[in-house]
Design a binder for this molecule. Structure first.
Ligand code: CP
Length: 297
């Protein structure tokens, strides 16, 4: 695969190969690709994805080039295309890109540089999807027949967009929760809506989503009341205790503690939120290997 842009464009065989490679990296498999250079180009804020890619690249012995969006010529009005074309021209092999524009990568498709999508607007977040899938597979050893609920700000979430179709293709039973107005048509084809009190009794995986306050429009902002969101839609301690002993709680983070998840649930024994971040390093190592393997063939 030349680029990793959306989960829809990846076959389930390829998804499973990348997950299995990520698990091998976690078990200690070593790979050195020191002759390849990579640049992390983040035009939108990030803690986990950016540092996790940096750690993955360092583990692979790659040549990591610095890029700072705030001091780049983007600030002088240079286009994304010209910026990435420049990076291609100076010989960078892989660009890891996050941008607030949905499908920003469409304008880059003729460039001769591998692109790993680190998040496009409300579109896709493939590296988050791979680490989520890896975490679920590591815990349950399968996807077929698992009951998975994605709960919260579905409408604005690239995590919900990336995970829905691939989980469905892998055989999981998908459900959704959160404010009903955010359970839009695009999700209705993958799974049914359920109240959070019903979901906690029946799910193997509850994947919570951050309320993306920065992406709410004026009407949505006036509908969103942080004071009662947790009680109406979120995972409280009482609700988490109703989950089956083997069930897990996921969240891509950053977490709004006290809004979509109670503060004390974030690190409770069912939560895999921080282990997800650990897996993110290995998942990203496997993604980098995948695009470079394509070159070797
Ligand atoms: N989960 C995630 O994408 O986190 P960051 O925005 O911190 O990268």
């Amino acid at each position: 695969m030349e680029n990793i842009l959306t989960m829809e464009s990846i076959t389930t065989d390829d998804v499973m190969r990348i997950i299995n490679r990520a698990l091998e990296f976690k078990k200690g498999r070593k790979l050195n690709i020191g002759n390849k250079s990579i640049m992390n180009m983040f035009f939108e804020n990030s803690t986990r994805t950016k540092t996790s890619f940096q750690m993955a690249e360092s583990n692979l012995g790659m040549n990591i080039l610095n890029f700072d969006a705030d001091t780049s010529s983007i600030k002088k009005g240079e286009t994304l295309y010209d910026t990435v074309k420049t990076v291609e021209s100076i010989g960078v092999d892989i660009a890891v890109i996050r941008d607030s524009q949905d499908e920003y990568y469409q304008e880059l498709k003729d460039l001769n540089i591998h692109i790993l999508n680190a998040g496009d607007g409300k579109g896709q977040h493939p590296s988050q999807s791979f680490l989520d899938l890896m975490t679920i597979y590591e815990k349950f050893g399968k996807f077929e027949g698992l009951n998975v609920a994605i709960v919260g700000d579905l409408k604005h979430s690239r995590v919900a967009h990336s995970n829905s179709s691939v989980l469905k293709r892998l055989g999981a039973n998908l459900y959704y929760g959160g404010p009903k107005s955010w359970y839009t048509e695009e999700f209705q084809k993958f799974g049914e809506y359920r109240d959070i009190d019903e979901l906690v009794n029946t799910m193997d995986v509850i994947m919570l989503l951050r309320v993306q306050k920065e992406r709410l429009n004026v009407n949505e902002s006036s509908d969103f009341t942080p004071e009662n969101y947790l009680e109406k839609y979120g995972l409280t301690m009482n609700r988490s205790k109703k989950m089956s002993p083997n069930a897990i709680i996921m969240h891509p983070a950053p977490v709004n503690r006290g809004i979509e998840i109670a503060d004390e649930v974030v690190e409770c024994n069912k939560s895999v939120i921080f282990p997800q971040m650990t897996n993110g390093v290995f998942a990203r190592m496997a993604m980098i290997e995948e695009v470079l393997l394509e070159e070797a063939q």
